[in-house]
Design a protein around this ligand. Sequence first.
Ligand SMILES: [Cu+2]
Length: 153
Amino acid sequence: MKLLSRLITTTTLATLATTVVAQNVTVSDAWVRATVAGQMATGAFMKITAKEPGKLIAGSSPVAGVVEVHEMKMEKDVMKMAALPNGLDLPAGQTVELRPGGYHIMLMDLKAPLAADSTVPVTLVFQDAKGKQTKQEFKLPVKAMMGGGGHKH
Ligand SMILES: [Cu+2]
């Protein structure tokens, strides 16, 4: 896993807007929640639509020591979140929404606070049905929290 994230970090960076057409996936409405000093984790959210069935299996970012694909759900009235061990399924032609309170990309071990109106590079790793992996970097806009529940570890 360490080696994988190092490989991803050294991948050539592509400058991209928030709406991107990759080989297989389209990402739209992407954003990262701003953080305050001392906050060690935040979430990245977006809509992902895959042309062919695939998975979002991993991510990396220079601003975070660890990036994971997470799921958040209610369990006996308690919000819990956990990494998805097999990645996030992306059925063909269906838009999968990553949003506060649901699936999200977790940025942990943050190296500095993420200020609203800045951008954060995040590389996502997708895997197709044959197991082939593709990486794509996104420049995600940082936005202040818009109401709703917190996102705590
Ligand atoms: Cu999380």
